[in-house]
Write a protein of this length. Structure first.
Length: 363
């Protein structure tokens, strides 16, 4: 579909740094839409505090961020044809999504709430009475997965699926690796409790106890850094578990290309870009079967799925891969075939059609 060049899109969402999943999707979408000839005006939900010292004062910092954001939301709604909001749960919804939707409604500008929170059901169970009026006031709810569509449907809200975008030119298989007796596993999640990295470390400990020649590389940062490093020391894994810190995108690509498997031990998830990016790089994936993960990969066809909080299940899945080269190859090939539908060429017509229809309806 050819882009309607005159269309002006307001894109609201977090922007790097840090380079989290939603921030990278926002940045990538802005670039791709601009390359298609659309005019895109961005409004960051994580803009730096002014003055910077305000960030250290809880409560006051919210006011210093919210007031400028409200003004910019109002101004944005008066300039663009359609507003696309990258949305999440909790305070993010109340401070950023709701103000934009209501500003746009007052100014007659259509809005798309592009909801991406993996803990949507828990949030809605507690807060849906506050969320519902804003949802009813937006023009369209878009979610990236069948998992979230089911959650919204359970609360009586219709939604449309438009999947995440994976840069298949960047995330692609690397040069063929030489034979290596050490089996390398990569994790690319922040060091936070919801990502279950403790269970991955304990799973590696079980395999090392069997004499497996295995290495775990963890790319990410977060509040559990010290606790996880202490666990690694306690389990005697300092020689085979490496904390790499936060990596840039090209470094993440190389990490995947040099790995034998990607592990996603998360406890809560929607549509993890890390899983899709690993598949695009031709890396076999082991993931917990939580949230939206079973909607994007199929057990024993495009990934191996395990229950959450189970070091034993993680160890079993990795052991299967280590001992079965044919399974590794099959998962890698079928994973790459599956992820092709997340390319920009496949996703672009869906966004352009939606923008155009909403703009025409509002005209």
């Amino acid at each position: 579909m050819t882009a309607p060049a005159a269309l002006h899109i307001g894109l609201v969402g977090p922007q790097p740094p840090p380079a989290g999943g939603m921030a990278m999707q926002t940045l990538q979408l802005r670039r791709l839409l601009s390359e298609e000839g659309l005019q895109v005006t961005s409004l960051a939900t994580n803009a730096p505090y002014r003055p910077s010292w305000i960030e250290k004062i809880q409560g006051l910092r919210a006011v210093f961020r919210l007031l400028p954001f409200l003004w910019r939301s109002w101004a944005l709604a008066g300039r663009v044809d359609v507003i696309h909001i990258m949305s999440n749960s909790g305070w993010s919804w109340q401070l950023f999504t709701a103000p934009v939707v209501w500003s746009a409604r007052l100014r007659g500008t259509p809005t798309i709430v592009n909801y991406r929170g993996g803990d949507a059901r828990r949030y809605f169970d507690v807060s849906f009475s506050r969320v519902k009026p804003t949802l009813e006031s937006c023009s369209r709810v878009v979610v990236p997965s069948g998992f979230l569509r089911e959650v919204f449907a359970d609360f009586g809200v219709a939604s449309q699926i438009i999947p995440n975008i994976i840069d298949l030119e960047l995330f692609c298989p690397g040069p063929e690796r030489s034979a290596n007796s050490e089996f390398t596993v990569a994790i690319t999640r922040n060091l936070e409790s919801i990502y279950g990295i403790e269970y991955a470390v304990r799973g590696i400990a079980l395999l090392r106890g069997e004499g497996a020649n295995i290495r775990l590389q963890i790319a990410g940062s977060g509040p559990l850094s010290g606790e996880l490093e202490s666990l690694v020391t306690e389990l005697g894994l300092a020689d085979c578990v490496e904390f790499m810190g936060r990596l840039e995108r090209d470094q993440v690509v190389r990490l995947y290309q040099q790995a034998d498997a990607m592990l996603n031990p998360t406890l809560v998830d929607n549509m993890p870009n890390s899983v899709l990016e690993a598949l695009a790089c031709g890396v076999p994936v082991v993931s917990t079967s939580v949230g939206g993960v079973p909607f994007i990969v199929e057990h024993e066809r495009t990934a191996l799925l395990v229950p959450p909080r189970s070091p034993e299940a993680i160890a079993d899945a990795l052991r299967r891969l280590m001992n079965d080269a044919a399974l590794q190859a099959a998962l890698a090939e079928q994973g790459r075939e599956e992820v092709a539908r997340y390319s920009w060429s496949q996703v672009k017509p869906q966004w352009l059609s939606l923008y155009q229809s909403l703009a025409e309806k509002a005209a």
